[in-house]
Design a protein around this ligand. Structure first.
Ligand SMILES: *[C@@H]1O[C@H](CO)[C@@H](O)[C@H](O)[C@H]1NC(C)=O
Ligand SMILES: *[C@@H]1O[C@H](CO)[C@@H](O)[C@H](O)[C@H]1NC(C)=O
Ligand SMILES: *[C@@H]1O[C@H](CO)[C@@H](O)[C@H](O)[C@H]1NC(C)=O
Ligand SMILES: *[C@@H]1O[C@H](CO)[C@@H](O)[C@H](O)[C@H]1NC(C)=O
Ligand SMILES: *[C@@H]1O[C@H](CO)[C@@H](O)[C@H](O)[C@H]1NC(C)=O
Ligand SMILES: *[C@@H]1O[C@H](CO)[C@@H](O)[C@H](O)[C@H]1NC(C)=O
Ligand SMILES: *[C@@H]1O[C@H](CO)[C@@H](O)[C@H](O)[C@H]1NC(C)=O
Ligand SMILES: *[C@@H]1O[C@H](CO)[C@@H](O)[C@H](O)[C@H]1NC(C)=O
Length: 903
């Protein structure tokens, strides 16, 4: 997990707490509470309907998240006037029930499609938020309640309503507010049953419910672009559509809806748009959150005149332009300013700014914002600051002392800058609210610990400490006194030993110690750390056996990396059922033996890497039953025998299979190829969008797999960052003893980006079906006994950047168009019957096409294309995976056009 992840979860849990303190639940409801003294008695049939509704649920205090929840229906007693019941309101004149508020009422049970609730046709307001409806659907009969003006079915935590929102919801033409939000507590919760709202239903709703003022659909899956007709809803005040999987162009007309106070479209990744100057007309706008989308362009100056703006959250977009500090002085209410991860340049001058009139900012996110030079001094006058992220900039000089006086700080992240100097622990003693401190990564800081650390008042409630690259030669002692520590990142130091007290820190969830100088054996006491989620001891000098408890000591462990040490012996044999392991990386050690069959208990496993060891086993086909397994790397071991996948062992999610440098020996058959059928795209859109999004919530996005690489004559690809795995599809069978013809069917693995079959004993010809591998970028068939021509079909592979067929028995002409113009002679050497303009042997019998030879410029053009393509995906890191992918594709198309032009 990275700090970003941590910050996100912190921000989220803060929001979660706020939820109840500011009674957000009722935010979308604004029915006037008329305090009536005299009223009409309740109608009997309505009373019965309510009682029967009550009876369809049981009371469970676990059904509501609100700490102040209580069972309102307990006061619903048959002999009393229902208009006096808790949560019920009747019309003064007619006595009909017009409002039901059963929010946070500890109701548990299914919503009956024929519930008597729907006979209360006079209802104007219905609030059932924060109860547990046991995954039932919203009944279609909700459409009968045609008088409804306020409907709140929002949920907390895991979804308790599921399925499709019925189209009948669009019959509620009197609606003023509709709230179907889901508040998710933990982002990496495997929430399966989100509510779905069809685009057609949303369109109908917009068409019929023209008076809507508030529409809150956060976390409801919409998966479409936003209907432009939203602009017709001129009464709109609040629109909240975060994480709805929206994509496409944001209807710019929304910024002309004069009564808007709150706009939240966070985390839709593929939502694009610009901010128009007319946004300055939204004088009531208090909340603007477009975090993690693909908005671009400059932030219009008019926005900085919105005096009521409290939250401005534009992080993780593609905004550019220059912002200066004086622009912010009119935003007198501004409390949250998040601009991290854009292409902005900020605040080059701040000397002339009157710092007494800076806004009362509490959350300031300026990570990755091209801030250079000294730390801006005006920050010291933001005395209410509680969250400060200045990470990943180019700030230089010493850490100014004023940081250590900002006593409200809970989060301080300065990591990834060029700061230097000494830090004395005492300096931090004023920051008694600090929970996350990031000083590592890139900075050149030295810690002065002092001798007696036991009574240093280091902020004792620190939970997350990022001290990577901080020049530690000893494990810092003060950590011993941090009782609440959950995440410790202390990689890239020169620590040689782990003190034994660390094994008592049972609150630890993250222990990141990679790239140190750790020596000796791994203490079996490490298994005391039963809350660990993330354990990384890779790239050290650890020796001896892996403690056998390490596979089963923690039910929560998701990430386990011991790669790049000198460990020997067998790997742990026990992996308990129900474990959470997502990544196991034992690569580059001296381990041997078989892969334990108990690994099949790791049902969440996505990556298994054991490359560069001495494992001696047959092909672990049984891993094929793991439903989420994406990467298997067995490279450079002593695996042997046949590759196979018997029935049921289908590797359903496989993206990377690296079996190179082993002793696999068999004829490659069509049946074996079908082991890899997850590498066939059946539905292109699914690959590009849906499929990826499912993983956007889990830890996987944050892991760094830099140590896990697949090398290949001339091509070394680091699967940097988990996002590769969503995209990268590779098969490497090189350097084994595989023989026979390459089956034609291999050409149907159309997801393939990398295919390496080199250094085997393949015979026969290159299948022309390879021409269908339209995503292929690397194809290596060298060092085999292939014969025949190079199929002309391969020239259609527009992304092919690395091609090698050297040392085979190929004959005939080398194709002289498409990408083939860019491959150098080495790709073809050792085939004595190949001919072509660039080989000594010219093709006499074959007339040449009048094609130009590319000059050096064009060569580098396509070379950079390859880099660009992967680079772009990396850039996507900040903007979220899907943004990155989309960008990558867009770039690919651009470059493709460019190449087309050239040729
Ligand atoms: C609802 O009532 C209708 C008839 O009134 C009946 O056909 C249907 O099965 C009922 N559905 C449920 C889920 O009870
Ligand atoms: C609008 O609501 C009416 C009922 O109020 C319904 O009959 C009609 O189908 C709705 N229109 C759309 C487009 O949903
Ligand atoms: C809503 O907008 C669409 C297109 O913008 C327009 O054709 C339609 O007439 C509008 N409907 C109403 C009720 O204003
Ligand atoms: C905007 O709000 C004002 C003041 O509350 C109200 O008078 C006006 O009708 C609203 N405009 C629309 C289009 O609803
Ligand atoms: C909204 O803002 C634009 C540009 O700032 C301005 O030209 C326009 O007159 C404004 N419209 C209204 C209705 O105020
Ligand atoms: C800064 O602003 C304050 C408050 O408006 C004002 O009193 C003070 O004179 C200003 N200082 C300067 C140097 O303009
Ligand atoms: C800004 O903060 C510094 C340090 O706390 C203080 O000395 C200075 O007076 C402050 N300036 C203003 C204008 O508040
Ligand atoms: C530590 O605390 C003791 C007693 O509270 C005090 O005498 C001593 O001076 C303190 N040491 C340091 C380094 O502050």
């Amino acid at each position: 997990m990275t700090l970003m992840g941590l910050l996100c979860s912190l921000a989220l849990s803060t929001q979660f707490l706020l939820l109840f303190s500011s009674s957000l639940f009722t935010n979308c409801l604004s029915l006037n509470d008329s305090t009536t003294t005299h009223h009409h008695e309740c109608h009997q049939h309505e009373s019965n309907a309510l009682l029967s509704f009550k009876q369809s649920f049981i009371i469970s205090k676990y059904a509501s998240y609100n700490p102040f929840s209580y069972p309102k229906t307990l006061s619903w007693i048959p002999t009393t006037d229902c208009c006096l019941w808790d949560g019920i309101e009747c019309d003064e004149l007619t006595g009909h029930v017009i409002s039901i508020d059963l929010s946070s009422s500890q109701l548990y049970g299914s919503m009956d499609a024929n519930s008597t609730l729907f006979s209360l046709v006079h209802l104007q307001s219905l609030d059932l938020s924060d109860n547990d409806f046991n995954h039932s659907q919203i009944p279609a009969r909700i459409g009968h309640l045609s008088q409804l003006r306020h409907l709140n079915l929002s949920q907390v935590g895991e979804t308790t309503l599921s399925g499709e929102v019925p189209t009948q919801i669009s019959h509620l033409s009197n609606l003023l507010s509709l709230d179907l939000r889901i508040y998710i507590e933990q982002l990496d919760n495997p929430f399966i049953n989100r509510l779905q709202l069809k685009e057609s239903t949303l369109r109908s709703l917009i068409q019929n419910s023209t008076r809507l003022e508030q529409l809150c659909l956060d976390f409801v899956t919409i998966s479409s672009s936003l209907p432009h007709t939203l602009t017709n809803l001129t009464s709109l005040q609040k629109l909240s559509f975060s994480q709805c999987e929206l994509y496409g162009e944001f209807p710019i007309g929304i910024f002309s809806l004069a009564n808007l106070t709150s706009l939240n479209f966070a985390e839709n990744q593929n939502l694009q748009g610009t901010l128009p100057a007319s946004i300055g007309n939204l004088t009531n706008l208090a909340y603007l959150n477009l975090e993690d989308n693909s908005f671009h362009g400059e932030i219009p100056r008019s926005l900085f005149g919105l005096e009521n703006l409290v939250t401005l959250h534009l992080a993780s977009n593609l905004f550019d332009g220059r912002l200066t500090l004086d622009m912010f002085l009119k935003l007198k209410m501004l409390n949250v300013l998040e601009l991290s991860f854009n292409k902005l340049s900020l605040f080059s001058q701040n000397r002339d700014v009157n710092v007494t009139i800076l806004p009362p900012i509490q959350t300031l996110g300026l990570g990755w914002c091209n801030l250079a030079g000294e730390v801006p001094t005006w920050i010291m006058n933001l005395t209410t600051l509680s969250f400060l992220d200045l990470s990943r900039n180019n700030l230089q000089g010493e850490i100014p002392y004023f940081f250590f006086r900002l006593e409200h700080l809970t989060v301080l992240d300065l990591s990834g800058n060029l700061l230097e100097g000494q830090i004395e622990l005492d300096m931090l003693s004023k920051l008694q609210k600090l929970t996350i401190l990031g000083l590592g990564g890139g900075n050149k800081l030295y810690f002065l610990e002092g001798k007696n650390t036991s009574n240093i008042t280091f902020p004792s409630q620190i939970q997350s400490l990022i001290l990577s690259s901080c020049n530690f030669v000893h494990f810092p002692n003060f950590i011993q006194h941090l009782q609440e520590l959950t995440d410790l990142f202390i990689s890239d130091n020169s620590i040689k030993t782990i003190p034994s007290w660390l094994w008592n820190k049972t609150t630890l969830q993250t222990l990141e110690l990679s790239n140190n100088l750790l020596m000796g054996e791994i203490s079996p006491f490490i298994c005391n750390l039963q809350s660990l989620v993330y354990l990384d001891l890779s790239s050290n000098n650890l020796v001896g056996m892996i403690p056998s408890c390490l596979g089963s000591f923690s039910q929560s462990l998701q990430y386990l990396s011991l790669a790049g040490n000198k460990l020997t012996g067998n790997i742990p044999q026990t992996y308990v059922k129900g474990n959470a392991l997502q990544l196991i990386d034992f690569s580059s050690n001296k381990l041997y033996g078989q892969l334990p069959r108990a690994l099949v208990n790791c049902r969440m496993l996505e990556v298994l890497a054991v490359s560069h060891n001495h494992f001696n086993d047959s092909f672990p086909f049984w891993l094929g039953s793991l439903p989420k397994l994406k990467v298997v790397s067995l490279r450079d071991n002593e695996f042997h025998g046949a590759i196979m996948c018997p029935l049921k062992y289908t590797f359903p999610q496989l993206r990377i299979m690296d079996l190179s440098q082993n002793g696999f020996s068999m004829k490659l058959t069509s049946e074996i190829i079908m082991c890899f059928k997850s590498m066939i795209i059946s539905n292109k859109r699914q690959l590009e969008f849906k499929d990826e999004i499912n993983y956007s919530g889990n830890l996987f996005l944050d892991i760094d797999l830099s140590s896990f690489s697949m090398s290949n004559k001339g091509v070394v690809m680091d699967y940097l960052g988990g996002q590769y795995l969503h995209h990268m599809v590779a098969i490497d069978l090189s350097s084994n003893k595989i023989y026979g013809e390459i089956p034609d069917i291999m050409g149907s693995l159309n997801r393939l980006v990398v295919l390496n079959l080199s250094n085997n004993m393949f015979t026969g010809s290159i299948p022309s079906s390879f021409g269908k591998l339209s995503n292929l970028e690397v194809l290596d068939l060298s060092l085999n006994s292939l014969s025949g021509n190079i199929p002309q079909q391969l020239t259609g592979l527009t992304f092919l950047d690395f091609f090698n067929v050297s040392f085979n028995n190929l004959s005939g002409p080398i194709p002289e168009n498409g990408q083939f113009l860019t491959f150098d002679d080495n790709s073809f050497e050792g085939n004595k019957d190949l001919c072509g303009i660039r080989l000594l042997k010219k093709c006499e019998d074959h007339p040449k096409l009048p094609l130009q030879k590319p000059d050096g410029d064009q060569d580098s053009e396509s070379g950079s294309f390859f880099e660009l393509y992967w680079m772009v995906i990396l850039i996507g890191y900040g903007g979220g995976l899907v943004a990155g992918l989309a960008l990558g594709n867009a770039f690919a198309i651009d470059v493709f056009r460019l190449l087309e032009k050239i040729f």
